[in-house]
Design a binder for this molecule. Structure first.
Ligand code: NAP
Length: 242
């Protein structure tokens, strides 16, 4: 099925990942939908993808657990090689550095950086054989500007931006394009407890972004309109960081 396009999206049961799934389904992609634990939410996203006329395989695993990633992805990759990989799974564990536990530091680096490593290493090996592919890493304004209370998260996302550029240079000759989308404050579970009165003045557009607005940039980078873009960071942040 070389002409069918499949996309693997990590962390796609809710929020930005779920919006990416719906956007890519509308663009004609079949999906492999990863998430960690929320089976009900993932099944609801699966239903909306199938209503759009696309296939959707659920692949629950913890991206930070290298063995679990291998167990889920190796058999799937023997059947088919996705055209696109979106590394989106993630969470924050905010604390000022002086109060930050080693666990909070490690968990955040593990989900974003170990997760990127384990998933991408397997998928890119298969893409290299096909000589085509798109990889989009969902990073954050926090990794570009630094945000107090997020030393762990800023370090992880800045690391992912570096990895995006290095990998883009490694695989360009095989027609694999690697980019990052950097959302600012987006309305999801991750931001629902933030103090809006303090956040909104930081956003020139004066509002939070929607998951669909972040997903639009990812869908563009996975599309035929983005064939000469690699190693870039596209910000979707309402002007928060320019
Ligand atoms: P969210 O609503 O909290 O959703 C997080 C998703 O990631 C869920 O599907 C969750 O699955 C999954 N997930 C979490 N840990 C995982 C793991 N270890 N393995 C596999 N899946 C895992 O978050 P979001 O706001 O959409 O954020 C998505 C991405 O955008 C993250 O990388 C985040 O850092 C980035 N981002 C968000 C914002 C924002 O303002 N919201 C801004 C910049 C960047 P389960 O539900 O099954 O746990």
């Amino acid at each position: 099925m070389d002409n069918a396009k499949t996309a693997l999206i990590t962390g796609a049961s809710r929020g930005i990942g779920a919006a990416i799934a719906r956007a890519l389904a509308r663009d004609g992609f079949d999906l492999w939908l990863n998430y960690r634990s929320d089976h009900e939410a993932a099944a609801a996203v699966q239903r909306s993808v199938e209503e759009a006329g696309r296939r959707c395989k659920l692949l629950p695993f913890d991206v930070a657990d290298g063995d679990a990633v291998k167990a889920a992805l190796e058999p799937a990759l023997e059947e088919e090689v996705p055209f696109a990989l979106v590394n989106n799974a993630g969470f924050a564990r905010d604390a000022l550095l002086v109060w930050m536990s080693q666990q909070e530091w490690r968990d955040v680096l593990a989900v974003h950086l170990d997760g990127f490593y384990s998933v991408t290493k397997l998928v890119v090996a298969a893409m290299l054989r096909k000589r085509r592919g798109r990889i989009v890493n969902v990073v954050s304004t926090s990794g570009q500007s630094g945000i107090p209370g997020q030393v762990n998260y800023s370090a992880a996302k800045a690391g992912l931006i570096g990895a995006t550029k290095a990998l883009a240079a490694e695989v360009a000759k095989r027609n694999i394009l690697v980019n990052a989308v950097s959302p600012g404050f987006i309305e999801t579970d991750m931001t629902k407890n933030l103090p809006l009165d303090r956040i909104l003045p930081m956003i020139p557009l004066g509002r939070l972004g929607t998951p669909e607005e972040a997903a639009g940039a990812v869908a563009f980078l996975c599309s035929d309109r983005a064939t000469y873009i690699t190693g870039q960071v596209i910000a979707v942040n309402g002007g928060t960081y320019m």
